[in-house]
Design a protein around this ligand. Structure first.
Ligand code: NI
Length: 179
């Protein structure tokens, strides 16, 4: 496994439309996923999308157990999601602070659909279909946005609630995690 460089906002490779995976269960796909998990763990992230390491494929990973550092975030199952399709359930929108490993040191208040269904495949081509709410729903929307070249600041409705963690900390709550 290899820790890969995470591209930062401004790099044009983050703005591409990622291509679907056409072959499952290959050593190349397995290596990519292992590298992504190692890179995400090294950066202490909640999720990572392949375009963030410069790989133009529709592959995202996410998930973590509850831990001491992030006591408020619910546990999310460790998931490999390939060629995902998201469907919104209902019309409720929730706002919360969000970060991104490609936008280091910053947080923004981002509106997201409260409830979604996501479908896709694991690395062997087995179908995945789940409903998600709360932080789980938010993380999936954030990671799948990366596959369409969308970074969270593009989803924000109020750029006054966007800034550096150091400056936001006094008196303001945010999710202290890069997704
Ligand atoms: Ni991100």
């Amino acid at each position: 496994m290899t820790i890969r460089e995470i591209l930062k906002m401004g790099d044009l490779r983050l703005l591409r439309q990622a291509k679907p995976v056409t072959k499952f269960g290959t050593p190349e796909l397995q290596k990519l996923i292992e590298d992504m998990f190692e890179t995400m763990a090294d950066a202490d992230g909640a999720g990572l999308a392949a375009p963030q390491i410069g790989v133009d494929l529709q592959v995202v990973i996410f998930g973590f157990e509850k831990n001491e550092r992030y006591p408020d975030a619910e546990a999310i199952p460790r998931t490999i999601l390939i060629n995902p399709v998201l469907k919104v359930i209902g019309d409720e929108v929730e706002e919360a602070w969000e970060g991104c490993l490609s936008v280091p040191g910053m947080r923004g208040m981002v509106p997201r659909w409260a409830k979604i269904r996501y479908e896709g495949f694991d690395q062997h081509g087995n179908p995945i279909s789940r409903e998600a709410t709360g932080f789980h729903s938010r993380v999936v929307q954030h990671e799948c946005d990366h596959l369409g070249g969308v970074l969270y600041p593009m989803r924000m409705s109020d750029l006054r609630r966007f800034g550096y963690i150091d400056a936001l900390v006094p008196g303001r709550e945010f999710i202290s995690r890069d997704d």
